[in-house]
Ligand binder design. Structure first.
Ligand code: UT7
Length: 354
């Protein structure tokens, strides 16, 4: 039997920050409201494109694995904020990491995108179609924000994370998964003024994240908890067997409600939403990297992950970690220097929306 072991991981969180106090100078909100309703204190703002964020995360994951881009057969990039749609942004990453012989494809399942892409790459490796894959999630969610609207402006951030998978006879990697989509309710979370549905001859309008927050909140808790139960039973595991839950980071209260539903103690739940906000598909690989950096993932840890997003897509995954929890090579890959503050980077976008 062939498995798809995770042999490398890396994240790229751009340096400029936008604190709750910064946002309260733009829209009618307060640090107190954002902190208590969402758990978010700050988020990162990218001074570069999604493709560059993805490239740095991928290079760091490759160094961590101790392999070169040319060893990669497949580049999958989960994103709903691609730098370019055509050519796809994965092809930019393929070029930048030197994965000359690799297939390259973008995957859009919004916030569930990383787990969808991980499932896809794992299946290709397990079927013997490819030997090594890099699975990336990279987002510039602040690009979509309408700065005239306080309900969405406070929630999102930019960032990227990646893992490298390799065919292995050892039973590690993604071992059970469940993905789905409740399309009848796709309208309760969507982005307006983006895509070919808009009239391109009409005057341009800012893109706009529209959602029914309370409804999504309830569905996210139910959907992710049920998907976790499904994956546990597929893997023939009990909740006590899980060492770490890495949930999508959309709202601290959603994470706490899932933990309560699954009866998991706080020390088994990875939370970093306070630093990054909701980076859509990128939240899970960024949180995975930080769990490793913080020593929360040990050799052979049993990891559960779950996500929920526009579509309405949802996913849960059970990953059995391998031996290694430290990088083979400390990566030197870096973004170009950023000389602006978060508010300075966003200044034109804010002016455009107001
Ligand atoms: O992934 C895409 C989007 N993510 C989600 O939708 C995640 C799921 N939902 C949530 O995380 C939460 O529903 C939110 C954080 C979006 C909202 O929290 P809530 O506890 O459901 O608040 P609410 O929408 O019921 O609004 C409560 C009040 C309202 O005022 P009134 O009607 O009670 O006077 C809002 O107008 O809070 C007001 N409000 C704000 N006040 C200050 C909404 N946004 C803000 C804000 N600052 N940024």
């Amino acid at each position: 039997m062939q498995y798809a072991k995770i042999i490398g991981w890396g994240k790229c969180t751009p340096p400029a920050t936008l604190s709750n106090e910064d946002i309260s100078t733009v829209v009618d909100t307060t640090d107190e409201w954002i902190s208590t309703r969402t758990g978010i204190k700050s988020r990162r703002v990218s001074h570069v494109g999604t493709g560059e964020l993805a490239t740095v995360a991928a290079k760091r994951a490759l160094d961590c694995a101790g392999i070169a881009g040319e060893d990669i057969d497949l580049v999958l990039l989960a994103t709903c904020t691609p730098s370019t749609l055509v050519a796809n942004t994965a092809s930019y990453v393929q070029q930048q990491i030197g994965a000359t012989g690799a297939a390259a494809c973008d995957v859009n399942a919004a916030c569930s995108g990383f787990l969808y892409a991980l499932q896809n790459a794992t299946a290709q490796i397990r079927a013997g179609m490819v030997k090594r894959a890099v699975v990336i999630a990279a987002e510039r969610m602040l690009w979509h924000v309408n700065w005239a609207k306080r309900d969405s402006a406070v929630l999102f951030g930019d960032g990227a994370g990646a893992v490298v998978l390799e065919a292995s006879s050892e039973e590690f990697g993604l071992l059970a998964t469940k993905t789905g989509c409740d399309s009848e309710d796709r309208e309760i979370l969507h982005i307006r003024n983006f895509g070919t549905d808009i009239d391109k001859h009409d005057s341009a309008q800012p893109s706009d994240i529209l959602f029914q927050g309370k409804d999504i909140f309830k569905r996210a808790v139910k959907g992710m908890s049920e998907a976790c139960d499904d994956v546990l039973s597929q893997a023939n595991l009990a909740l006590e067997d899980i060492d770490m839950l890495i949930p999508h980071q959309a709202n601290l209260r959603i994470i706490q409600a899932i933990a309560k539903q699954l009866q998991l103690n706080d020390d088994k739940v990875m939370v970093n939403i306070q630093h990054y906000g909701n980076t859509s598909a990128a939240t899970i690989p960024i949180a995975l990297c930080e769990a490793l950096e913080q020593g929360k993932i040990k050799p052979h840890s049993h990891i559960m992950s779950a996500a929920f997003g526009a579509g309405l897509t949802w996913a849960a995954s059970y990953i059995k970690w391998g031996e290694r929890v430290t990088p083979i090579i400390e990566s030197k890959a870096e973004l170009p220097e950023c000389k602006q503050t978060g508010l300075e980077i966003m200044a034109d976008a804010i002016k455009y929306c107001q």
